[in-house]
Design a protein around this ligand. Structure first.
Ligand SMILES: NC(=O)C1=CN([C@@H]2O[C@H](COP(=O)(O)OP(=O)(O)OC[C@H]3O[C@@H](n4cnc5c(N)ncnc54)[C@H](OP(=O)(O)O)[C@@H]3O)[C@@H](O)[C@H]2O)C=CC1
Ligand SMILES: Nc1c(N[C@@H]2O[C@H](COP(=O)(O)O)[C@@H](O)[C@H]2O)[nH]c(=O)[nH]c1=O
Length: 338
């Protein structure tokens, strides 16, 4: 394998995908710090909105590799990490290249400006996969170049765009993904399919989204709870997509305190939210296909008898990423618009 800019950027992109959606409303971003030509010091990502940006996590871990110390190790507040690195870097980063999937932010928000931090640490080069179009955060490249730091933009731009796509969509309107857990042969029914680790991921998603959509048939068949109990998170607002008006109120999903549940056949309601997850079967998938941006498949390595796509269904996707959650596979697919 050729060890070049693309190699390091791919590591940053892969790391960022591990936190895709979990950073909402922020974008998912990855960063790699390389010393000299090829010594990888750190591979990090932004993990949650309000917490340290990818660059800050990566610069911190990189510095710790050569300067292990408990003071920096225990810092998690971005302002404090910035302050520490600016005070103690002693030109450590001058022979480093920073690979980052999104242009370093140029503004002070919940965390301080990454472009300003890099400007002071003066790495040899900053390689950026995708420009930041956000009016508040953009122009980090300009700040770096004004400080005579060499920048390159556009390395793995298509892959970085795929990573950024949910953020671009929820920033300009609504991002909708359809999540389905299935066996290797595509069966989706019969209760628990996924491992506890995958279910914890699903519950983390439920904690982050603005709205969970579920079909009427699933509500009657599964009698679900639809909370985030595996991660002790917040149960999402629920929209039951249905032509009926009455459901058995003993179904656990109605029993969650302080959570709004709406029963409706009006899909325009989805546009009132920025980040929407649909949990459903194949009938609902075909029905809602024009609305969805991504399909997230959680594949468990089992073959089972069960419900598969039975009726007319016709949707094409592009696989944009795949990963593991423990021993199960997660596949991110973007719907192709025909
Ligand atoms: N593995 C997984 O990740 C998941 C699996 N499942 C499984 O999938 C199966 C059910 O899947 P599926 O058959 O797709 O059922 P869904 O409930 O997911 O979707 C079908 C329902 O959507 C509603 N609907 C359809 N068209 C309209 C319309 N025009 N207006 C309003 N509502 C409409 C109907 O509700 P109504 O009849 O009330 O009008 C219909 O029953 C179950 O076995 C369940 O266990 C479900 C979710 C996730
Ligand atoms: N069985 C299954 C899923 N099923 C989904 O979860 C719902 C049940 O949620 P709850 O009642 O809160 O546990 C069910 O109706 C269906 O939408 N999802 C997954 O990721 N993996 C699984 O194995």
């Amino acid at each position: 394998m050729k060890i070049d800019d693309k190699f390091f950027m791919k590591l940053a992109i892969n790391e960022a995908w591990k936190y895709q959606f979990l950073t909402y409303p922020n974008p998912s971003v990855g960063c790699v710090v390389v010393k000299g030509d090829s010594e990888i010091l750190s591979i990090e990502a932004h993990k949650e909105a309000g917490k340290a940006h990818a660059e800050v996590n990566a610069l911190k871990q990189a510095f710790l590799k050569y300067h292990p110390n408990d003071v920096l190790k225990t810092l998690s507040n971005s302002f404090e990490i910035h302050e520490y690195l600016i005070k103690h870097h002693n030109d450590f980063f001058n022979d480093c290249t920073i690979y980052v999937t999104l242009e370093p932010c140029n503004h002070v928000g919940k965390t301080p400006s990454c472009a300003n931090l890099l400007k002071q640490l003066k790495p040899k080069r900053v390689v950026i996969a995708h420009k930041d179009m956000n009016n508040q955060a953009k122009d980090g490249q300009k700040t770096l170049e004004e400080a005579s730091i060499e920048c390159e933009v556009g390395c793995m731009k298509k892959e970085a765009y795929d990573l950024l796509y949910p953020f671009l969509k929820w920033n300009s309107g609504t991002f909708i993904f359809y999540k389905m857990a299935q066996t290797l042969n595509g069966t989706i029914d019969g209760g628990k399919i996924s491992s506890n680790q995958t279910l914890a991921y699903v519950h983390t998603l439920r904690d982050r989204i603005d709205l969970l959509v579920i079909g009427g048939n699933t509500v009657r068949t599964d009698r679900p709870t639809l909370d985030a109990r595996y991660v002790v998170g917040t149960a999402p607002e629920v929209l039951i997509y249905s032509q009926k008006t009455i459901f058995d109120t003993q179904i656990p999903l109605f029993k969650i305190p302080n959570r709004k549940v709406t029963i409706s056949d009006d899909l325009f309601k989805l546009l009132d939210y920025k980040f929407v997850m649909i949990e459903g079967g194949y009938t609902l998938l075909e029905k809602l296909k024009e609305k969805i941006d991504f399909l997230i498949l959680l594949v468990t390595p089992k073959i089972r008898n069960g419900l598969n796509a039975q009726n007319m269904i016709d949707i094409d996707f592009e696989i944009i990423h795949e990963n593991f959650i423990g021993k199960e596979k997660i596949i991110y697919l973007r719907r192709k618009v025909k």
